[in-house]
Structure formats: structure tokens, C-alpha cells
Design a protein around this ligand. Structure first.
Ligand code: ARG
Length: 425
């Protein structure tokens, strides 16, 4: 750590160790005359050695680089909420990038407070969602902080130009050829964008996938896994008690080894751009699959149905950078109440890119064999069905009788049934 210059204001930078954020350090010094403290969040990404990342920040000119292991908190405070919400943006994407920005933002704000910083900086471009997430999260936590987004401001042109700019100033540049993709990854999965993927007709090249095997190369025998949940949170795998963080690591491994969790989809970014996205989400997708199956068994019908709507709202808020919004916070309270008795076990069977639920059990099960069975054990009162349907269909009968009387029924119904005459008799 270098001494602070009392003449200069301080910026806290979200640092990844990559070229862009390294150049950000030097650019902020040169163009804004600031001292910079870099913050690296360990959210379970596949990173270089963190000591190397720290050294790169210091070599780029940061006065300090703080590495924070956020994994436990990320799992216990953020991913538990995502799982409670079965969070899938547009019913598909488990929000891995959207979930990590708020926790990193929280630490940026903490470091800003401890060190009396005026600015928060990040290395996001002006076209993506992540800039919105960082800035909205930081400002929700402390509206008095000011944001600087160097990549949005600078005019360094191509990656080659940027490297030349960096070299001239002694900023370390990557020595190996970077993969031609933009990658973001953490415990909840891995996002791959850019390069040839920008043409949606191009099949993703094999080399984009790293945490899942090709389903064609997956083992010829299925792998069966039993996941135990306590109040909505996974707490054991195959009878072995473990933390949620450990469960996530385990499922990433097992599901990935069986080729489960590859997504290739079209997504609507907040800023109005459609974007082709590839994701590897073996752990998150299998945990959401298991969690939903258990909820199907223990949640009362109206609650379950209402929750499914609320889940989409939660996912949209989080996708749009509103992790700390009042609506999202209130929804968390609602979901927390729903999770009280989401306790039980789910058996998953992984096989060549698929993940099937093959068994569910819970002491809080609302499944009643006597009510469900068609065997002799049937306890359902069949007589009550007649009265139920009598009232359930009452409004339809009143409506239909009126439209028949008015000779108007086919106007509404023929487009559905396809038969005009039947109703115009
Ligand atoms: N489209 C995804 C999202 O908005 C992934 C973003 C990945 N970020 C990145 N810098 N490559 O959440």
C-alpha cells in the first residue's frame, strides 16, 4: 500500500485484474487526478491467483488493492434469496451477473466509507446491464457517492490500441491471447458473450464451454443425487451435511460432469438491446429444478400460483439493477414466509445433458395419497364433485344461456370452436 496523497480525492474501483480495469486505474490517475483503491471481489469466479491480481492492480498504479472473499456471504445472503425466488429472468436466465454486482457494490461502498472516498468507479461499457447494476446498487446504498465509468468516457479504440496505451504507461497487459469472448463467472454460473456468438445463426463453438462437458461426451451411466432442503435452503447432498456454498460447488461439479446446464438464448437487456447469450449454469439450474419440485409438494395451491408471478417480478427487478429496491426487498419478505416449510429431499438424475426429478419427499407434503389415488384406497368424496361443478360452472351457464337467448352466442364462440352452425340454431 502506498500513502494517500492528501491533495487528491479518492476513488474506489471495482477491479477484476483484466485489461480494462487495469487501464481504468491509470486513466483515473491521469485524467481525474485521483488516488485509487482497487477492490477485488471473490465471488467464486475462475480467476488467476488473487495475489497476482493484487500485484497487477498495484503495478497499474493503485495505492492499495483489497481482496475480499465474498463467497459465503454471496451464497448465504444473495443466492438463498435467488433460490427462494427460483429466479430466472425471462423464465430462462438464472441471473448470475445480476446477482454478483450488488454484493460487490456493497463492498465498494464499505471501502469508500472506511477510507473517506468521494468516488466509486467501474470498468463497464455503456451498452450493458452491469453498469446499471453497479451504479444503481451503489447509489441505493449511499446516494452521496459519485460514480465514474472510465470505459464509457475514454476513447481508446480497439483492444490493440488500448494495449499500446497501457504499455506506454507501464500498465501490465495480458501476455496470452485473450479468448475472443467476454466472460463473467461466479458461483451461480458463467456467461459468455461477443465474438462469433454475435451472429445468432452461428452455433456456439465448442471452446466457449468450460464448466460443462459436451452432453455427447458425458458418461453413459446416469448420476443420481439426493439434495436435502431445510426451510428452502439446501443443506445436504447424498446424506452428507454441508453448507449451501459447498452444495453449490458440489452441484456445479456433478451436473457439469453430466453435461447439464448449457443455455444459448436471446435476452432483452435493460437498455433496449437484444443480446445473444450463452451460459453455463449447472449448479444453479439443478438447484432451482430441485427447489421447484419440493415447493410443488409443500406449498398450498394459491400461494404457489401467486408466487410464480412474483418470481418473475423479482427476477426482473434484479436483472434491471434494482436489487436494493423497496419492491425487491418486500418480495424477499414474502418469499421468506413461503420458505418456512420448504423442508425435505429431492432426488435428481443427471444423464447426458438432462436433469430429471425422480423423487420428492417431505414431512410437510400436502400430497395426500388417499385423495389422489384411483385405487381402492380412495378417500375422495365423489358426491361433492357434482355440487362443486354446479357452482363452478354457474357463471358460464348464465352467460351462455343469455347469449343463446339473444342469438349472439356464435359471435364469441365460433372463432374458438370453428363451427358457426352449432351455435346459431
Ligand atoms: N447478459 C448477462 C447479464 O446481463 C450477462 C452479462 C455478463 N457480463 C459481462 N461483463 N460479460 O446479466
Amino acid at each position: 500500500m502506498t500513502e494517500r496523497n492528501p491533495e487528491k480525492d479518492l476513488a474506489i474501483l471495482a477491479y477484476s485484474g483484466g485489461l480494462d480495469t487495469s487501464v481504468c486505474i491509470k486513466w483515473l490517475q491521469e485524467n481525474k487526478d485521483l488516488d485509487i483503491i482497487a477492490v477485488v471481489g471473490d465471488v467464486g469466479q475462475d480467476h488467476d491467483d488473487l495475489e497476482d491480481v493484487k500485484k497487477r492492480a498495484l503495478d497499474s498504479g493503485a495505492i492499495d488493492c483489497i481482496v475480499v472473499d465474498m463467497r459465503e456471504d454471496y451464497a448465504n445472503q444473495y443466492l438463498t434469496k435467488a433460490l427462494a425466488a427460483n429466479a430466472l429472468y425471462e423464465n430462462k436466465y438464472p441471473l448470475l451477473s445480476a446477482l454478483s454486482r450488488p454484493i460487490i457494490s456493497k463492498h465498494l461502498v464499505d471501502v469508500a466509507h472506511t477510507n473517506g472516498a468521494k468516488y466509486i468507479a467501474h470498468g463497464c461499457t455503456g451498452k450493458g446491464n452491469d453498469q446499471v447494476r453497479f451504479e444503481s446498487s451503489v447509489l441505493a446504498l449511499d446516494p452521496s457517492l459519485e460514480i465514474i465509468a472510465p470505459v464509457r468516457e475514454w476513447d481508446l479504440g480497439s483492444r490493440d490500441n488500448e494495449m499500446a496505451w497501457a504499455r506506454e504507461r507501464g500498465v501490465p497487459v495480458p501476455t496470452t491471447n485473450a479468448k475472443p469472448y467476454s466472460i463473467d463467472d461466479n458461483l451461480w454460473g458463467r456467461a459468455i458473450e461477443c465474438g462469433v456468438l454475435e451472429n445468432p445463426w452461428n452455433e456456439p463453438p465448442k471452446d466457449i464451454w468450460e464448466t460443462t462437458v459436451d452432453p455427447e461426451d458425458a458418461p453413459n451411466e446416469p448420476t443420481v443425487v439426493e439434495i436435502e432442503f431445510e426451510a428452502g435452503v439446501p443443506c445436504a447432498v447424498d446424506g452428507e451435511k454441508m453448507s449451501f456454498l459447498e452444495v453449490i460447488y458440489r452441484l456445479n461439479e456433478v451436473a457439469g460432469a453430466n453435461g447439464f446446464g448449457r443455455l444459448d438464448l436471446m435476452e432483452n437487456r435493460l437498455i433496449g438491446v437484444k443480446s445473444r447469450e450463452c451460459y453455463e449454469v449447472p449448479g444453479s439450474m439443478s438447484l432451482i429444478t430441485a427447489h421447484k419440485a419440493l415447493e410443488d409438494m409443500v406449498l398450498e395451491r394459491d400461494l404457489l400460483h401467486y408466487k410464480i408471478h412474483a418470481e418473475l417480478v423479482w427476477a426482473e427487478q434484479v436483472y434491471n439493477g434494482l436489487y436494493f429496491s423497496p419492491l425487491k426487498i418486500a418480495l424477499d419478505a414474502f418469499f421468506a414466509e413461503t420458505q418456512r416449510y420448504v423442508t425435505g429431499s429431492v432426488r435428481l438424475r443427471f444423464y447426458k445433458g438432462t436433469c430429471a426429478v425422480t423423487g420428492v419427499k417431505s414431512d410437510y407434503s400436502l400430497y395426500d395419497y388417499g385423495l389422489a389415488t384411483y385405487d381402492d384406497a380412495d378417500t375422495f368424496n365423489h358426491d361433492s364433485a357434482r355440487g362443486f361443478i354446479d357452482l363452478h360452472s354457474l357463471r358460464s351457464r348464465v352467460w351462455s344461456a343469455n347469449r343463446h337467448k339473444m342469438n349472439a352466442v356464435h359471435e364469441q364462440l365460433h372463432s374458438v370452436t370453428g363451427t358457426k352452425d352449432e351455435f346459431s340454431k
